[in-house]
Design a protein around this ligand. Structure first.
Ligand SMILES: [Zn+2]
Length: 103
């Protein structure tokens, strides 16, 4: 009986293995490079642990669109504390304005 189930094959159905010997289950990671913010990929589980690892690399997500790249990079910058610097700049500008008004 050949029943074809219509479930789309997901990448987690079969965990890809890297090119090490013996092959290891590839590790899911998230890129935060400005060119690919938030884009998931698989690579060698040893890549962050040891210099002795293979070059296995596979994107999970499709390429990030220009819009998402800009938005995510802005959010990333905000998460890294840029609003605080902007807040201080705003406060300084308000102080200067206050000085200008009261003079
Ligand atoms: Zn490997």
């Amino acid at each position: 009986m050949s029943s074809s189930s219509s479930s789309s094959s997901h990448y987690l159905d079969v965990v890809p293995h890297c090119d090490c010997r013996p092959p290891l289950p590839a590790k899911e990671r998230v890129s935060w490079k400005p060119s690919n913010p938030g884009r998931r990929f698989l690579n060698c589980p040893m890549s962050l642990i040891s210099d002795d690892h293979c070059e296995f690399f596979n994107w999970i997500d499709p390429p990030v669109t220009e819009h998402y790249r800009k938005t995510l990079n802005q959010l990333r910058a905000m998460a890294n504390g840029q609003p605080l610097r902007m807040q201080r700049r705003l406060t300084r500008a308000e102080d200067q304005l206050h000085v200008a008004i009261t003079q």
